[in-house]
Structures are given as C-alpha cells and as structure tokens.
Design a protein around this ligand. Structure first.
Ligand code: GAR
Length: 204
C-alpha cells in the first residue's frame, strides 16, 4: 500500500462509499491512507468494515447539551493528533461547524446523491422523483459553510425511469457514486485539483 495523504473518513451508516474508496487504496490507485474512521453512530455498519481492515475508529455521539461547535472541537483534536490531511464525508449525516470547514478549507470532500445545486439536504433522491426530473445523479464537492453548496469536483448523471421508486433510483445513483468518489479522491491525493472561486479545475 502506498503511504500518501493521511485520510479520515466520516460515516453515519452503511459506508459503501468508504468501502469503494478503500478498495481503490488497496489496489494502489489512490495515493492515500485511511488512518481514522469517525462516526456519530456507534452502530454504523461501516465501522465493522473499518475494524476488519485494522483502521482506527472514533465514535463521537453528540450529547443534547453539546453545541455543534463543541461537538466538532472534540473531533478536531482527534484529527490533529492523527495529522489528517484530507477528510472524506461518506454518508455522514451531520452538518459540520464553520470552524472545522475553515480549518480544512478545500480539504473536505462530500458526496451527495443528486446533481447539485438541485436537491441539497436529506432525501435527495425522493425530492428528485417528486419533482419529476428526467435526470438525477450524484455530485462530489468540496465542503463549504453551506449545505451541499461547495465547489463541484465531479458529477455523473443517471436517467430516471418511469417505474422508478426512491429505492431503485437510489441504487442506480449509488453505483455511480462508487465510481466518481474514488476518482475524485485519487485526483485530490495526486494534487491534481485546484479551486478558483466556485470552479474546480483538474490539472492534466
Ligand atoms: C450515499 O448515497 C450518499 O450520497 C448519501 O448517503 C449515502 C451513504 O451511503 N449522502 C448524503 O445524502 C449526504 N447529504 P454509504 O454509507 O453506503 O456510503
């Protein structure tokens, strides 16, 4: 395995995007190393996969008394201890505090199951179906202070079929997520991405 950038992956659930990225790291296509998996959910199935792969896991359950900034302060100290250079949000269902976003500016990636800027936030696939769009898809973007609003790195479109349900559309979008997310991480780890305003350019 190539050493490369030190990565933390944040998950809340199944972690299939985390697995897709990890598989590429194992193959050596991504010059990075996942040294930490952070979760807000102690029962996230993705944590078992992390442990099977000997990746350290840190669970941070949010107490009701914790403000968002207090909650993320605890996570930041763990990230600093591990010298994290890249944060990958992979189905992490909490909005980051502005402080962590500023600290890791243009070093936090997220995947969203819609063609942003359409349908940000939760239940993106259902919103796309309810709206009646003919194409939806997925987007990898840098994280800024807004919700799913940062500069876009990669997108893939998926045609909506007449018989689609939220589940069938989500499944087809997820297949594309597993393609574009590892690819975006590879570009980041190869220092191929540059951000100018809202636009992200890939060096050739
Ligand atoms: C993915 O579809 C991802 O795009 C979505 O959660 C799912 C996580 O799946 N993320 C969001 O909706 C964030 N706004 P995974 O745990 O199997 O990677």
């Amino acid at each position: 395995m190539i050493e490369g950038k030190r990565i933390a992956v944040f998950i809340s659930g199944r972690g299939s995007n985390f697995k897709a990225i990890m598989e590429e790291i194992k193959k050596g296509t991504i010059k990075g190393r996942i040294v930490l998996v952070v979760s807000d959910n102690p029962d996230a199935p993705g944590l078992s996969y992390a442990r099977e792969n000997n990746i350290e896991c840190a669970v941070f359950k949010k107490k009701n008394s914790d403000s968002r900034s207090e909650y993320f302060k605890k996570i930041i100290s763990e990230l600093k201890m591990k010298n994290i250079e890249l944060i990958i949000l992979a189905g992490f269902m909490k909005i980051l505090s502005p402080y962590i976003v500023g600290l890791y500016r243009n070093r936090i990636l997220n995947i969203h199951p819609a063609l942003l800027p359409s349908f940000p936030g939760e239940h993106a696939q259902k919103k796309a179906l309810d709206h009646g769009v003919k194409y939806s898809g997925c987007t990898v973007h840098f994280v800024d202070e807004g919700v799913d609003s940062g500069p876009i790195i990669a997108q893939k479109a998926v045609a909506v079929k007449d018989g689609d349900t939220e589940q069938t559309l989500s499944d087809r979008i997820l297949e594309k997520e597993h393609v574009i997310y590892p690819e975006a991480v590879r570009l980041f780890c190869d220092n191929m991405l540059s951000v100018k305003g809202r636009r992200v350019f890939t060096k050739m």
